[in-house]
Write a protein that binds this ligand. Sequence first.
Ligand code: FUB
Ligand code: ZN
Length: 664
Amino acid sequence: MRPCPYFVRRPQLKAAHAGPVRPSTDAATALRPAALARIEGGFWAERRRVNAEVSIPEGPQRLEEAGNLANLRAVADGSGPKAGSDFLGDFQFQDSDVYKWLEAACWQLADTPDPALAAEVERIVDLVAAAQREDGYLQTYYQLGGGEPWTELGWGHELYCAGHLMQAAVAHRRATGRARLLDVACRFADHIDAVFGPGKKVDAVCGHPEVETALIELFRSTGERRYLDLARYFIDRRGHGTLAAGTDRGHDRDPGPAYWQDHTPIREAHEVTGHAVRQLYLLAGAADLAAESGDADLRQALERLWQDMVATKTYLTGGVGSRHDWESFGDAHELPADRAYTETCAAIASVQFSWRMALLTGESRYSDLIERTLFNGFLSGVGLDGRTWLYVNPLHLRARPHERPGDQTAHRTPWFRCACCPPNAMRLLASLPYYVASTDANGLQLHQYATGVYGQDGFSVRVETEYPWHGTVTVNVQDAPAEERTLSLRLPAWCGDHTLTVNGGPADGGASDGQGPVGWLRITRDFRPGDTIQLNLTMPPRLTAPHPRVDAVRGCAAVERGPLVYCLEQADQRGGLDPDDALLDAAVPLAVRYRPDLLGGVTTIAASGRLLPPGETSDWPYSPHGTQPHWSGEVTELTAVPYYAWANRGAGAMRVWMPAVQRM
Ligand code: FUB
Ligand code: ZN
């Protein structure tokens, strides 16, 4: 293998500096991810245990069965599939699943050394390195005769795969200190740099953003500014219609320029639109660029687009992307519960975008959305067993759901023909500790609540909590410098009432920082090791109503508690009641019950409902305004479980939004 032709600086990173999103020293971010970040117990530790013990170790087997590794072997040593049609898999981007798995495995290794996993990582790194072309190019689909590289920018996913390779390489470098995969990524980045740009062979963008954020991470890990410049070029070049729609071989359907985010430059955009994952990966990359460049216009555009997404295009679960057609965002307030697409990857992309915005601005609202998305619209994509997945995450499934050809189904599946979601979920879970805490010159910020240790530079804390089941968060100071520091605790937007104490007494300064009633609770003092801060977040169950513009669920209510969105699954209802056959009575208080035996241990919520009278049918499903002829039946108890745990007990109906009894 040829050495990387450019000088690449590789600063010695401390092992503690693992994790994604490491702004450079000069970056204009308000906050930086905490270097010390370990989740050691509680809710997320259990989900991450399953990820570490089941999902990640079984990944190579899934990649073997799906042909991804065979494709790499075929290129590396001529074994397996030969050329053209022998490429295994239905999509040009099969390689990206391997890279996402590698990234997940590396973040896992950064957390917990595991010789068997480390050996597996090195085996696959060797395979990837061996498949790389002399000139740095690497994509097995085209290397196995799929066509001429860089001629199918719409659907080819070459820069998308390159981006995932770079992210895997950065994870490998940060987690293991090794440079082998980083060299592969640099050689590919250098090749791309030689091919793309004004006056070069190609002056256009890829149909799937991803390389932008990856190049900036590669810049951060190598110090090579050309990678930052290349990312800037791709971000600025997008939105100028460089992608010839529908002209790639085998693709005669034209998704329109918004699908691949080539309809308008980011700085001029006013709404999130098009393919949800493409949109959010692009915005994540742009947020990285805003951080590294200090570009205020770009930052303003990102704040505007994030706000548009939250205000008009986000489900209660944090899921985004309401349309099955082209996996896209819908119109404002087009948020149907039953036809929600809400791809697991889109939830992950939303977390990635929001985290970059949280670091850039220091505002807590971004981490509010991260929390909502992690606990609901993301985690629903991951089976409790760690080996079955959801690609789409609807908020309503009928007992006899219709299935359209080409639709992704809402049944848990071991892997997918298009397997983007499972390894993506693995990498987010493996790197989750790095989304919990951040630091700035004044101190430490806790964005999420998870038992563990967090901190940096002589100021660290240990967090104990049974969140999300209980709202008590105990923070013990472990190390503190002999000077004042500020500890900031996010007051979740859902929380109506809280108390905060320091060493048992009132916390002076524990007030909001001007972001209205929600925001950061800040404690500034000369902390001493052993100081104890206790935050009590009151979390009664609550009913949530949709904005009247969300037509699809008008007149409905949803059950929530703390950060969790609940749903009614048929499996929990008396006599196997289909939740579609009931109304929820909002006038009756909700009751909470902890069920250690259910779904790995969950808090359930009981609500009062009214049944459709038995035998009632309707010849005409409408009635005079102001009447409710079909919903006067007997009272029943309805049981709600956390939405993230749905679809783990076989087929059955489910709803998040329940039509509410209207009192005349
Ligand atoms: O195109 C690559 C990935 O496949 C996208 O990110 C997903 O939405 C799925 O279409
Ligand atoms: Zn996906």
